[in-house]
Design a protein around this ligand. Structure first.
Ligand code: FAD
Ligand code: FES
Length: 260
């Protein structure tokens, strides 16, 4: 289900110098948004910008996204204050499948920690045992630490700087997890491409089902322009790969299908 809505920014939580969590009132996205899906949000520049849904509150009829300042669009969005109005398309894309999932291992990095939060929220609401491993640059960059800790009993962090949690990237923690902890887990990963590649290789070698959420440059966000194509293995079709639209066919794919 997707449509375009006029939405209002009702809360802005600034995170450090470059990020903020923005909460909007929108009953339709609050009701229909699923972890792994995204919204396309207007700004004063050409084309809407895609952001993974970070959480929904079905009672308050709101949804939130986490935004990092990257270029002119995100700069302008982050400069807006409560009361600002936007046009928003969503929820878009295919999110994570929780069918048959008995246990979750969620791995986030960069702005991927925002959509990972939604998956952790879903796990909590559906009583799915869940471990979260987030990789940050440093303690000052460890956004949403308290929020993750409050919804997830098994929350772990790594920092490149080593000033919080395990020193190194997420692999430094994952490689030390024991087999009984991992057994039967479904792994969901959102983060920089190199991180998703490494985690996927590790998870597949351990025999885990693994999903990744790809981030490609996007324009329309609804499958019409082909800006966002990615390579997906297609051995069953007798081809090495086919091109799929990240926005419409993804952004979530099975890790073993993706050519990173
Ligand atoms: C499915 C998906 C989920 C995302 N979730 C988040 C999130 O939760 N939080 C967050 O901070 N960022 C997220 N991003 C990245 C975010 O969309 C870009 O940082 C943003 O579009 C950059 O816009 P800009 O105008 O500031 O940058 P510019 O570089 O000026 O953008 C120029 C154009 O390129 C596009 N573009 C640039 N970088 C990206 C990118 N990485 N992905 C897609 N399009 C891009 C822009 O949409 C714009 O049309 C996500 C991207 C995708 C595809
Ligand atoms: S962004 Fe247009 S087809 Fe995906």
């Amino acid at each position: 289900m997707k449509a375009e809505y006029k939405i209002k920014l009702i809360h802005k939580m600034v995170l450090g110098d470059t990020c903020a969590v923005l909460t909007f009132s929108c009953p339709e996205i609050a009701e229909n948004g699923h972890p792994g899906q995204f919204v396309n949000l207007s700004c004063d520049h050409f084309l809407k910008r895609p952001f993974g849904i970070m959480s929904v509150d079905r009672e308050k009829k709101t949804f939130s996204i986490g935004v990092r300042k990257v270029g002119k669009g995100t700069k302008e969005i982050l400069s807006c204050n409560e009361g600002a109005e936007f046009t928003c398309l969503g929820p878009l894309g295919n999110g994570f499948s929780f069918e048959g999932v008995k246990k979750l291992l969620l791995v986030g990095g960069g702005t991927g920690i925002f959509p990972i939060y939604f998956a952790a929220q879903y796990a909590k609401e559906n009583s799915i045992p869940c471990t979260v491993v987030n990789g940050y640059r440093s303690k000052t960059d460890a956004f949403l630490y308290d929020q993750f800790a409050s919804i997830c009993d098994n929350f772990h962090v790594t920092t490149d700087a080593g000033d919080l949690g395990v020193q190194g990237n997420v692999m430094a923690y994952l490689e030390k997890m024991d087999e009984t902890e991992l057994e039967g887990s479904t792994c969901m990963v959102v983060g920089p491409g190199i991180m998703m590649k490494k985690v996927s290789e590790w998870a597949l070698a351990k025999g885990l089902v693994c999903y990744v959420s790809l981030e490609q440059r996007m324009a329309c966000g609804i499958g019409a322009c082909l800006v966002c194509i990615c390579k997906i293995k297609a051995e069953q079709e007798g081809k090495e790969f086919v091109h799929k639209r990240c926005c419409k066919d993804g952004p979530v794919f099975r890790a073993e299908e993706v050519i990173f």
